[in-house]
Design a protein around this ligand. Structure first.
Ligand code: 2U9
Length: 339
């Protein structure tokens, strides 16, 4: 008995010493489990041939409970030390804050929003529509029947091999949807992504357009020019002029190319405008009566003008960007340069 008591005492002391050195919970658990195992082994050895079995059991259990206490105390010490370390690295509220790096609106978004705002000031509302369109809205209603040669110019993406479902090649189908849904007067500006099957140094298969449509009684070509001049001056500055050159589009008659005074040389002539003083911006015209027939408008009563240009190109001219791929690289350092 006396020797069992000694053994158990030694094991308890050894456990206490080991757990004081332990730096992690795993070692504490292992030392405790080893100690209890050794105590049970000592008990077993003492029991063989002994008469005072009950006293042996009580003595061993006492020491096992003591080992339990040592073990619990060691775990608490480790937890307290961890909490103290955590407190030590807590926030120093006197340090200057770290600035969070913000994103920035894309220059195409900036240009689109400014275009929308300028037209909003003169009574245009913004209309949007689907990018996957029917042949009717994208071509047929715009006076481009199936065999019309103008369709060739608009290298079209067809969806699911269906001849009647396309990725819109312009935003004009949104004006068709607007006219089908409401009676004149109509004054809408239609920004959006469009798709054409060309991909070279100056063309991307996906780009952004904005088109405008104004239909009412008595709308004239002079209104078109006035609106374009108003826009050009608000967007690029008061010194910008507008020139309209005869052209052809299936959905407008008469039709005109839109030129703005060259924003780089102010009209004096430079490399960018090929010494002409003018920069080609987009197209425009008076809505063809054939388009009004498709949407059920009386072309004897109503007239309208329409125009369209690329937002990407507008952004390039306004911000002096000369490289289209920069738009698609997603580098915030690029976007951050523009206000
Ligand atoms: C309806 C009727 C007429 C919109 C127009 C153009 C001329 C035009 C292109 C220039 C370059 C777009 O970015 S671009 O590819 N646009 O030339 N757009 S008239 O005429 C319409 C639109 C809708 C119902």
């Amino acid at each position: 008995m006396a020797s069992l008591a000694d053994q158990l005492q030694q094991l308890s002391s050894a456990l206490e010493a080991a757990l004081q050195r332990d730096k992690d919970e795993q070692s504490v658990r292992k030392h405790h489990a080893d100690c209890v195992g050794a105590m049970r082994a000592a008990q077993k050895a003492a029991l063989s041939g002994a008469s005072d079995k009950k006293a042996i059991g009580q003595l061993t259990n006492e020491h096992i409970r003591r080992a339990e206490g040592i073990y619990e105390a060691a775990l608490k010490r480790l937890a307290d030390e961890a909490a103290a370390r955590e407190l030590e690295r807590s926030v120093d509220v006197t340090l200057p804050g770290r600035a969070r790096r913000l994103g920035h609106l894309h220059p195409i978004t900036l240009a689109r929003r400014e275009i929308e705002a300028i037209f909003a000031q003169i009574g245009f509302t913004v209309a949007v529509g689907p990018q996957v369109e029917t042949d009717f809205h994208n071509f047929e209603a715009l006076a481009m029947p199936k065999d019309h040669p103008a369709r060739d110019m608009q290298d079209t993406f067809y969806v699911d091999g269906s001849p009647d479902v396309v990725l819109r090649t312009h935003t004009s189908p949104v004006q068709i949807r607007t006219m089908l849904a409401q009676k004149p007067p109509v004054r809408v500006i239609v920004p959006g992504t469009v798709y054409r099957r060309d991909d070279d140094a100056t063309h991307s298969p996906m780009f952004n357009q904005v088109e405008g449509l104004c239909v009412d009684e008595g709308v004239t070509f002079a209104d078109l020019k006035g609106v374009l001049l108003h826009f050009a001056r608000r967007f690029f500055g008061d010194k910008i002029g507008v020139r309209l050159r005869p052209s052809f589009f299936p959905f407008t008659e008469p039709s005109a190319e839109i030129d703005f005074t060259c924003v780089f040389c102010g009209g004096k002539g430079c490399r960018t405008c090929k010494q002409t003083g003018w920069i080609e911006i987009g197209g425009s015209g008076m809505v063809d009566p054939e388009v009004f027939r498709h949407v059920g408008y009386d072309s004897e009563k109503y007239t309208g003008f329409a125009f369209g240009w690329g937002i990407d190109r507008m952004a390039m001219l306004k911000y002096g960007i000369d490289n289209i791929p920069l738009f698609f690289e997603g580098d915030v350092r690029f976007a951050r340069q523009f206000r």
